[in-house]
Design a binder for this molecule. Sequence first.
Ligand SMILES: N[C@@H](CCC(=O)N[C@@H](CS)C(=O)NCC(=O)O)C(=O)O
Length: 266
Amino acid sequence: MIELYQAFQSTCSAKVRLVLEEKGIDYTEHDIDLMKGEQFNPDYVKLNPKAVVPTIIHDGRILTESSLIMEYLDDKFPAPAMKPSDPYLVYRMRHFPKWLDEVGHAHTNLVTFTVIHRYEIVEATAPDELEKRLARLPDRAKAERQRQILEHGVGADVFKTAIKGMDTLLGMIDAHLDEFGGPWIMGDQYTLADAAVTSYVLRLEVIGFDGMWMESRPRLTQWFDAIKARPNFRGAMSPRTPAQQLESRRARGEAVWPEVRVALAA
Ligand SMILES: N[C@@H](CCC(=O)N[C@@H](CS)C(=O)NCC(=O)O)C(=O)O
C-alpha cells in the first residue's frame, strides 16, 4: 500500500497517479489543499521540505519529486513496463520528464496561476495574507514571477515566455508521434513519457487553450483522445472537480485566449 500526499488537480500528482493506476498498485490519497496553503503545514513540510506535492510513503520511506517517483514505481512494480527495452529509446523518453523538471513545470505553473489560480487565491486570501503567502514560497524566483502576474496578467513577459514554453512541449510530443509513428510518444509502447506529459496537455484543455493543437496538430489531437480513453486516465483523473468550477476555469481561459493566441503567433 502506498500513501500518496497530493492535490487532485496538481499536474505532478496526476503523473504519479497515472503510473499507480497503470500498474494497478493500491494507494491511499491524502489531499493537501494548495489554495488554502496546507502544503506549508509543518507536518507536511517534514515530509516534503519544498512544500509541494506529491509525496509518497512506501515501505516506510518518504519519496518526493514526481519524475523520480514515477521511475521508482516503474522499477519497483515492473509490470506493465513503462520504459522501452532499448537504452537509446529510454534516453529519448527521459527527455520529457527532464524538460518538464527543468522548465516545463514552471511554465505550466505560471500559466495556471495567470489564468485561474491568481483569482482563486485572491478570493480565498485576505489582502495582507497575499503578501505573506508570496513571502512564504521557498522558491523566490517563482514568487517574483507570481508578483509580475498579479500586476500584469497575460500581458506580463513571464506569461508570454511560459505559454510559448508549453507550445514547445506540444511540438516535442508531435515530433515524436511523427518520428515513432504513434499511437504513443515512443511508438507502440505507452511509457513514462506519455504519463509525464498528460496532465500538462490536460491543463491547457481545462483552461480552454486547446486551440494550441486542435486546429494545427492532428497527430497530437488523436494521441490525446487515445490518452483520455485509457483505463489509467479514467482511474487517475475521474472527475472530482465540481462542474461549476470547471466551467468557470474554462471561461476564464477563453476570455483571454484571443490575446494569448496573438502572443503565441508573435
Ligand atoms: N519538482 C516537483 C514540483 C512539485 C510542484 O511544484 N508541485 C506543485 C503542484 S503541481 C505544488 O505543490 N505547488 C504548491 C505551491 O506552489 O505552493 C515535483 O515534480 O514533484
